[in-house]
Ligand binder design. Structure first.
Ligand SMILES: CC(C)(COP(=O)(O)OP(=O)(O)OC[C@H]1O[C@@H](n2cnc3c(N)ncnc32)[C@H](O)[C@@H]1OP(=O)(O)O)[C@@H](O)C(=O)NCCC(=O)NCCS
Length: 166
């Protein structure tokens, strides 16, 4: 049996954009798509194309990846250093701390700065709540997209649990 590669978290290399976007679209289709309408699903697929993602890097977006060996198994797309625009972890790596590590590593590197915001897909609200995010208003639905706006008051702790400041 081949031993599992350790996970490394780092900024995306441009040559990894295809794989990172394919990962985002595949994981979206499996876990998030059922909560959204056809229009929202099509919108997301256009947003998660490699050329569009790399183009946004010139417009205050950045992307981090979790890699196991050569393979991206998680991706985090950030806007303006504060907003989590996309966060996806491959099914076989979910529930092992990868999503939280992506947020924490980007935060520790200054690529993500509190107060953090996210428009959480309904299926991911529990994940963000677990990390200390709180609702920033009611759930919204438009153009086939359902989102729960959330924010993390920060600062984030360096430990496993990221609690909001008291
Ligand atoms: C949401 C997602 C990114 C989380 O990544 P992950 O690597 O599975 O999460 P982690 O293992 O880092 O979880 C961190 C903590 O949150 C908890 N958690 C994870 N998903 C959860 C959920 N849906 N509900 C409640 N708690 C959850 C974990 O149990 C863990 O808790 P612990 O620290 O007490 O052990 C991942 O499950 C995913 O890709 N989901 C589908 C795509 C998606 O919805 N992305 C978000 C779009 S906004």
């Amino acid at each position: 049996m081949v031993p599992a590669s350790p996970i490394q978290i780092r900024p995306l290399r441009p040559d990894e954009a295809d794989e990172a976007c394919a990962l985002a679209r595949d994981v979206f289709d499996l876990f998030a798509a059922p909560f959204h309408g056809d229009k929202g699903r099509a919108l997301f697929h256009r947003f998660a194309q490699p050329a569009a993602l790399l183009h946004r890097h010139a417009k205050r977006y950045a992307t981090w990846v979790a890699v196991a060996g050569p393979q991206p198994v998680g991706m985090l797309h950030i806007h303006a250093c504060t907003h989590i625009s996309m966060l996806f972890v491959a099914p076989e790596h979910q529930g092992r701390g990868c999503g939280a590590r992506l947020i924490r590593a980007a935060t520790e590197a200054g690529a993500l700065r509190p107060p953090l915001t996210v428009n959480a897909s309904p299926n991911a609200v529990g994940f963000y709540t677990n990390l200390g995010f709180v609702p920033a208003g009611p759930e919204q639905a438009s153009d086939g997209v359902r989102i729960q706006p959330m924010r993390h008051p920060g600062p984030l702790s360096a430990g496993a649990a990221m609690q909001p400041a008291l």
